[in-house]
Design a protein. Structure first.
Lengths: 287, 299, 298
């Protein structure tokens, strides 16, 4: 039987909790600080002209419209390729696959895709889409690269969402005479949709903010007009921020912060939408 | 849920329509026919100059569209070899291996000198050191000299800043300063030299770090940074870089800036290159801090 | 009507099955491309030079050791930041925080994971590096440490979310049993809950580390990119060059098919294999733990 120590276990709990709480605060505080800092520094640069105009004077004045539009194009392009494929793969894993070595291999493959460094995706995109398939430095090549990168996020969140739909829903549907696919389409997918949407938006948010995969596959320093076809290169917000903060002399610091703010706002808005969808769905959920 | 999706799709459609609208109206206002497109890529040293030229030229010739990208001299030349650009910008001469590679790909690189550049060696404004010989700079960058006190400054470690290896500026500095122009010399940058991905990175670090020494094209050095006066020989005169000292060759580290094309240029590309050598375009060169090529000095 | 319905269903089912296999196809494709362009390295660069200590590709020095050590130093530093703060925050969210706090913290941490790396690199270059230089009296603020701090921040959300899931998954019965025996909540957390979630937490750490190794833009902007062999403790406070930054910085310049091109793909291959290794290790840990848990609970 242990003697009572001067620091008894209640004290150590108090200390321990304080330490852990401080750690959590220390983790969260910088996030808030970063967002506020960029907001404060970048807000003066934001104007209608900044958001809708083209860059002038070696990009030291004017707006960043082509970068904004470029990021939108890339995000949409990524969605076009990764969303259908990702959801279909998730449906397969959740509704059709059984626990075979093949299925386990697929899961390992997905985890691996998630872990591949973004610059390696850039290399792959360069090798396959830009050079081998000869798409050139284009929105198409960049979107395809980004979509393979986004695939694992969409597949894993979508699968989790599908799995969380109670089995009872499926059995009742089948017992009423529906086919498997009808069940999936009309019942399971519908119920899992908010969760899937959350995953899709979070995945696309990541794609919108990435620079390395588009470095050699689609990004351009300066284009005099907006891209007209998927085979055009494009400016994009993350690459634009990189370029104006490191390549252009005498770039007004306000424009740099302004661009950072726009990128941040883009990404955070997507995050917010995803969070809202998720919490509303959770509230409305009947199971 | 459906309402959100509908809203999102509507917004996206609006974005597409407005962007297509602005783009097509720009070209439509210019001319009835489709625009000619010139792809210009390469040296980060030249990129801002190329951008200024592109903007000026397009303002006067709205039927021509020029896209400008950086990435380094190596990048531009590689793209010329791969056939993906019309004009490659390079702040160094094309290498023999690159010429061979080009020929193997059916590309015949033709050189055009479009401006001159002085490489300024810069230090922090608080650094008391004002002048160095070429040899001293070489020793600093190769690692033989590591403390400012060895060259007449304070007792501080020297932090060496350089451009990345794909930069023509880097290669030029290696050959002309580190190796003092000796082709047989195999001296390399000291291993702890920071390789920053851009000129502006060097400027920013030198500006805030009293230990730093960097080099960059004259066009990238802002007024508030201190440039070192350089003497070619031990007892020679210490010269600061400027347009006159580059043109009369008293400043030791100055170089030509190039644009390479596949074969002799024709059509729109030729017109653009001819314009670049005109007085109007060369004035932009001077405005940006580079050295214009005068008709008698260009080769 | 029935016939067209079942044909329709047949096609859709086939498409879905094909999509399922797509992940494997893509991984194989990526690996194939990396190998295809990276293997010629062995023909063009001899092994002793490949593992030498100088990386200077324009003069044919292809020693990748400084790059590997650079990535290693930054990653270890990032792990030292991400592991304590990540696990600590996960424990806080899962075990200590009141419900309302949890609903605020989880999205906030997720937000951190969404911050684009170029924005963090931008801030690191402008704000963190000069601060560290004057605060720690270093020759320059562009060091492995700066990179580690930022990367730790980027890896924390991954660690937090996976670890928190793992802690959450520990059956309530475990905790209640401990409380019934008189343990404080603190004792319960560290002697019961945490060990039970051990494999999940380990997975979280590995995934966080994997994220750190693979980061590109942030390290390219703040670590100075000097190809120094980073072996001493002091290397943390000096500039380093990571494998990822090397690829990003140099890929644009290489003529496709050149030796430099092949070596860069080779480095990409190495990165791919490292992340593969980390992931397989993490999965096998989870797999073995699941089997153990099944044995215990059945």
């Amino acid at each position: 039987m242990k003697r009572a120590l001067p620091i008894n276990r209640h004290h150590s709990e108090r200390i321990g909790f304080t330490v852990i709480t401080l750690m959590a605060v220390a983790t969260v505080l910088p996030i808030v600080a970063v967002v506020l800092f960029i907001l404060i520094q970048g807000a003066p640069a934001i104007s209608l002209e900044f958001l809708t105009g083209f860059p002038h004077d070696g990009m030291r004045a004017g707006g960043i419209l082509p970068a904004i539009i470029g990021t939108i194009y890339l995000t949409v392009g990524t969605a076009i390729f990764s969303v259908p494929l990702g959801i279909a793969a998730a449906v397969y894993l959740s509704e059709y696959a059984s626990d075979t070595p093949l299925t386990r291999t697929i899961r390992i493959a997905i985890i691996n895709l998630a872990g591949i460094p973004s610059v390696v995706y850039g290399l792959f995109g360069l090798g396959l889409f830009v050079l081998f398939l000869n798409f050139g430095t284009s929105i198409l090549a960049a979107s395809l690269t980004l979509s393979i990168m986004t695939l694992p996020v969409i597949i894993s969140t979508a699968e989790e969402s599908l799995r969380s739909v109670p089995q009872a829903f499926r059995t009742v549907s089948i017992s009423l005479g529906a086919t498997r696919w009808q069940t999936i389409r009309r019942i399971v997918l519908k119920e899992a949709l908010p969760g899937i949407l959350t995953g899709v938006i979070l995945g696309l948010e990541r794609a919108a903010g990435e620079t390395a995969p588009i470095l050699f596959t689609g990004a351009a320093f300066f284009l005099p007009r907006l891209p007209h076809s998927p085979f055009d290169a494009t400016m994009a917000l993350p690459y634009h921020l990189f370029v104006i903060s490191t390549q252009v002399p005498e770039m007004p610091i306000q424009i740099q912060y302004g661009t950072a703010l726009v990128l941040l706002a883009f990404v955070l808005t997507m995050n917010l939408i995803a969070t809202v969808i998720r919490s509303r769905a959770r509230a409305k959920r009947q199971w | 849920m459906n309402r959100f999706v509908l809203l999102a799709i509507t917004i996206l459609m609006l974005v597409f329509l407005t962007s297509c609208g602005t783009a097509s109206s720009a070209t439509e206002a210019a001319s009835g026919s489709s625009a000619t497109y010139i792809e210009n890529k390469g040296s980060d040293t030249i990129v801002n100059l190329a951008l200024a030229w592109a903007e000026k030229y397009q303002a006067e010739h709205p039927e021509v569209r020029i896209s400008v990208t950086g990435g380094g001299s190596g990048t531009g030349i590689a793209s010329l070899i791969n056939g993906t650009v019309d004009i490659a910008n390079a702040s160094r001469k094309i290498k023999d291996e690159e010429i061979a590679e080009a020929k193997a790909n059916g590309v015949d690189p033709v050189e055009h000198i479009i401006a001159r550049d002085a490489i300024a060696v810069i230090v922090n404004p608080e650094n008391p050191v004002r002048q160095l010989t070429l040899r001293q700079i070489s020793d600093i960058y190769s690692g033989k000299i590591s403390n400012w006190s060895e060259v007449g400054g304070e007792d501080r470690p020297i932090v060496r800043l350089s451009r990345e290896t794909n930069s023509g500026t880097h290669v030029y500095f290696l050959e002309t300063v580190l190796r003092l122009g000796n082709k047989e010399d195999k001296t390399l940058f000291s291993m702890d030299t920071l390789l920053l991905p851009s000129s502006e990175g060097i400027v920013a670090e030198v500006r805030q770090n009293p230990n730093a020494i960097g080099y960059d094209g004259l066009g990238y050095v802002p007024k508030d940074l201190k440039m070192i006066a350089i003497a070619e020989e031990e007892n020679g005169a210490y010269v600061l870089p400027s347009i006159p000292t580059v043109n009369d060759k008293t400043y030791a580290i100055a170089r030509d800036l190039y644009m390479y094309t596949d074969g002799e240029p024709t059509g729109t590309v030729k017109e653009y290159l001819d314009w670049i050598l005109s007085e109007e375009a060369q004035q932009i060169v001077a405005d940006l801090g580079f050295v214009p090529v005068t008709p008698d000095s260009s080769s | 009507m029935e016939k067209s319905l079942s044909w329709h269903e047949f096609v859709i089912t086939r498409l879905i099955k094909a999509s399922g296999y797509s992940a494997i196809i893509f991984v194989a494709l990526i690996f194939f491309f990396l190998v295809r362009e990276g293997i010629p390295t062995f023909a063009e660069v001899n092994l002793s030079s490949l593992f030498s200590i100088r990386w200077y590709p324009i003069e044919e020095y292809y020693g990748i050791l400084p790059l590997i050590t650079g990535s290693l130093v930054v990653t270890i530093g990032a792990a030292l930041v991400a592991v304590p703060f990540g696990i600590g925050t996960a424990v806080y969210i899962s075990e200590i925080a009141p419900r309302w706090m949890r609903e605020i913290l989880k999205p906030l941490v997720e937000l951190l994971g969404g911050l684009p790396s170029v924005v963090l690199g931008f801030l690191g270059f402008l704000v963190l590096a000069p601060f560290l230089r004057s605060f720690l009296n270093l020759p320059t603020g562009l060091t492995a440490l700066t990179g580690s701090l930022l990367l730790g921040g980027i890896a924390v959300p991954t660690v937090v979310s996976v670890a928190e899931d793992a802690l959450d998954a520990v059956p309530r019965a475990y905790r209640e049993g401990a409380w019934a025996l008189g343990a404080t909540r603190w004792q319960t957390i560290w002697r019961v809950t945490f060990p039970a979630a051990r494999s999940g937490v380990l997975t979280a750490v590995m995934l966080g580390v994997g994220r750190a190794i693979g980061e590109t833009m942030t390290v390219m902007m703040v670590t100075g990119n000097a190809p120094v062999l980073a072996l001493k403790l002091g290397s943390l406070f000096s500039p380093v060059r990571t494998m990822t930054a090397t690829i990003a910085a140099e890929m644009g310049e290489v003529a496709s098919g050149s030796t430099h091109y092949h070596v860069l793909f080779f480095i990409g291959m190495v990165l791919f294999l490292i992340s593969l290794g980390v992931n397989i290790a993490a999965s096998s840990v989870v797999f073995r733990a699941k089997k153990r848990a099944e044995r215990i609970l059945s």
